[in-house]
Design a protein around this ligand. Structure first.
Ligand code: TRP
Length: 332
């Protein structure tokens, strides 16, 4: 069967600490996305070890991440969900691309500069060449679109430059991918500094609600959410705290912002925050239950990883063998 859908590639860090921002933004759109695109979701364990990891934790999170995605609605039958290190073609192509990427280009990557400042005791070569592995991830699948957050845009730009350079030397090798920054159905802001996006790596735990937070934690975090000086529950640019809570409540209940404002007219922040927490906890409960069930079923998760790796390998090999031929390697 010929698949005419464009290809989408997503790299997913192995971590279970996704937030309701991730959930309401990207994750909830999984089903719709897989109709439009042929989707690859790759758990990037090789990228993860560019900073020190506790091996047992990395292994645990490599199971948790696919479990969480599936629990959130990703159908492993309709998408290719796999683990990066299960497909050796990623590391192989990354080596070749290293030889077509300039030291100066990698030196300009802001993520490298940030991370080497943060991990000054471990500025390893993998941290430096992180972007060429990412380019390999993307280019192996002749990817058309790469859904990313704004922080990864520079890496996709570099990927495009590497692809262009390679194609100049060896025509028709790679599809040059486009970054897409998915229009989150809603942009979810920090509960503590509502003019900042909710970030999974925020140091203040009260600023983020995680998909796996239990009910009491969720209620407590919303209770402590920063609101604004006057007590009206209305959306307004000078009331970012309340506006954010209204957005979250409307996402979890399906009500429009106007309906929410009506519902809480004349009522206090206390009551409103409790309602937001309640709606959020109620929507996440079945996701959390499914997550627990999946995590307990290692055999199933491994079968998903195995099927995903086989599918990915099929596509990756085609590109890799073409690249090997072009650069002059002997294919046996
Ligand atoms: N670097 C990405 C991040 O930190 C993860 C990633 C690795 C990725 N490979 C990718 C994202 C390929 C998109 C495409 O979030």
């Amino acid at each position: 069967m010929i698949d005419s859908r464009p290809v989408s590639f997503s790299g997913v860090q192995p971590s279970g600490n996704l937030t309701i921002g991730n959930y309401l933004g990207a994750i909830k759109n999984f089903p719709e996305f897989s109709e439009k695109y042929k989707c690859f979701y790759c758990v990037v364990d090789e990228h993860a070890i560019t900073v020190r990891q506790k091996p047992a934790e990395l292994r645990r999170r490599t199971y948790e991440t696919p479990a969480l995605y599936i629990a959130c609605g990703l159908d492993p039958e309709k998408n290719t969900l796999y683990v990066q290190s299960h497909v050796p073609a990623h590391a192989e192509l990354a080596w070749i691309l290293n030889c077509f990427t300039m030291f100066g280009e990698l030196s300009r990557m802001t993520q490298f500069k940030d991370k080497s400042a943060k991990h000054a005791d471990n500025i390893n070569a993998g941290l430096f060449t992180y972007p060429t592995l990412m380019a390999a991830d993307i280019l192996l699948y002749q990817t058309d679109v790469v859904p990313i957050g704004i922080d990864q845009k520079q890496h996709v730009e570099l990927t495009r430059n590497i692809a262009d350079r390679f194609n100049q030397l060896f025509p028709d090798t790679f599809t040059v991918p486009e970054p897409i920054i998915p229009k989150a159905g809603a942009k979810i802001m920090s509960l503590q500094e509502p003019d900042k996006k909710m970030s999974k790596s925020d140091e203040n735990e009260n600023a983020v609600v995680r998909i796996l937070d239990d009910r009491d934690t969720i209620i407590r975090k919303f209770k402590r959410a920063v609101t604004d000086s006057d007590s009206a529950i209305v959306c307004s640019p000078d009331k970012p705290g309340v506006t954010n809570l209204i957005t979250i409540y409307s996402c979890f209940t399906g009500k429009t912002a106007e309906e929410v404002e009506k519902e809480f007219e004349g009522r206090g922040y206390g009551e409103f925050k409790l309602a937001v927490g309640d709606a959020c906890a109620a929507k996440l409960a079945p996701v959390q239950e499914e997550y627990k069930r999946l995590l307990a079923d290692k055999a199933y998760l491994e079968s998903v990883m195995k099927k995903g790796a086989e599918e990915a390998t099929y596509y990756a090999r085609k590109t890799l063998s073409k690249v090997r031929r072009k650069v002059g390697f002997v294919n046996l």
